[in-house]
Design a protein around this ligand. Sequence first.
Ligand SMILES: Cc1cc2nc3c(=O)[nH]c(=O)nc-3n(C[C@H](O)[C@H](O)[C@H](O)COP(=O)(O)O)c2cc1C
Length: 260
Amino acid sequence: MQHSVAYTILFAGLICVVCAVLVSSSAVSLSELQQANAALDKRKNVLLAAGLAQPSERLDAAQVQERFRVVKPVVIDIQSGEAAPAIDASTFDQRKARNDPDSSRPAPANNSSISRLPNHAVVYQVLNGAGELQMVVLPIEGYGLWSTLYGFLSLDADTKTVRGLTYYQHGETPGLGGEVDNPLWKSRWPGRIAFDSTGQTVIEVIKGRAGPPEDDPHRVDGLAGATITSRGVTNMLRFWLGENGFGPYLNRLRDSRKSS
Ligand SMILES: Cc1cc2nc3c(=O)[nH]c(=O)nc-3n(C[C@H](O)[C@H](O)[C@H](O)COP(=O)(O)O)c2cc1C
């Protein structure tokens, strides 16, 4: 049986409408679940950066929440380093804030291709049972070779000793720049010292092998065949630990440790 042209067009149109409704309704109904999963993944990465979870562990949502109990997310004003208690850390979206001209500003010149800076950021304070600061986990981002890498850097309460580094989103090449996810490379970070004795940020991913943290405190092994991504890691650490990043916040933490 041969259908008329009008019938064929109408039928194809109907199929398009049905598919569009199906795709858009599933996108809407799944968006909450996606947001919850993204939030959970972020928490897992905070735990990984802080060494409170290991890459080999497969934690379910309840286990992540349980371990996260010692972590206190705090919203800070980046420029002053002061806490901004009026902003709810559980709902604050730093990327959204960075893209909104009302809650961000142009970034000063930098080597990480960061064009705007949010006025506020969420940092994660890891506390012991007595409520004392053990570590602080800072969100970092910056350009590698192909993409912006998003991750977390964990510093000891001394605000200079690295406790861990992890990336939860990037588009670098697997096997090259994508080796930022390699647990062996990440294991090279704990114990490195981010600053020199004058307070300059000197941590650096070098080309080739670095010595152990005791002998070579400021340098970390480069990623083989991925010097550009490696340089991107150096650049973003120097930016976020510097005066335009979390420098003011880290200064405040140092001062409060001295006075307590
Ligand atoms: C397909 C392809 C993908 C690449 N991906 C990366 C990458 O993700 N990160 C990176 O730094 N270099 C990457 N490179 C290599 C860079 O172009 C460049 O050669 C390298 O960063 C230089 O590092 P090296 O001096 O350690 O060899 C890639 C090269 C090719 C051909």
